[in-house]
Design a protein around this ligand. Structure first.
Ligand SMILES: Cc1ncc(COP(=O)(O)O)c(C=O)c1O
Length: 129
């Protein structure tokens, strides 16, 4: 992966369990696309964060959800970069705009992006912004 530091997990499922439970906790929010992979939902359960959903790839609905959350709370938008069942791509440019507007972090699960997007993204499996 050409990175100085890498954290290796044996499965994608254990990535989402391990990473989500490490970066958010009780009182925080995870905001998911409603087609996110089931392992993200399970990771959220282990984290005890509050989970909210927006309609698949609907940026207006994502904004509707974000508007309701306290400005200073810890908010993590978690999204598949490439959705495994639909083959759709996440609208990352818009998600990043909303991240800045509503003071969130973003985690992209690139389980299906690896090997699809060329060298730029091949270096990442999970990207936290
Ligand atoms: C987006 C996404 N994340 C995580 C996983 C889980 O990966 P694994 O099957 O290696 O546990 C999958 C599996 O297809 C997936 O599509």
């Amino acid at each position: 992966m050409n990175k100085e530091d890498v954290l290796c997990f044996s499965t994608g499922f254990s990535v989402n369990s391990g990473v989500l439970a490490s970066v958010v906790g009780r009182g925080d929010y995870i905001i998911c696309d409603d087609r996110d992979h089931a392992s993200i939902v399970d990771g959220r359960r282990l984290s005890f964060a509050t989970q909210l959903h927006y309609k698949h790839n609907d940026m207006e609905d994502l904004e509707r959800v974000l508007q309701k959350l306290p400005q200073e709370s810890i908010k993590l938008i978690v999204v598949d970069g490439v959705f495994s069942m639909e083959g759709d791509l996440a609208n990352l440019p818009e998600i990043i705009k909303l991240k800045h507007k509503y003071n969130c972090s973003v985690m992209v699960d690139e389980a299906h992006g690896l090997g699809v997007f060329g060298k730029q993204v091949e270096e990442f499996v999970i990207i936290l912004v």
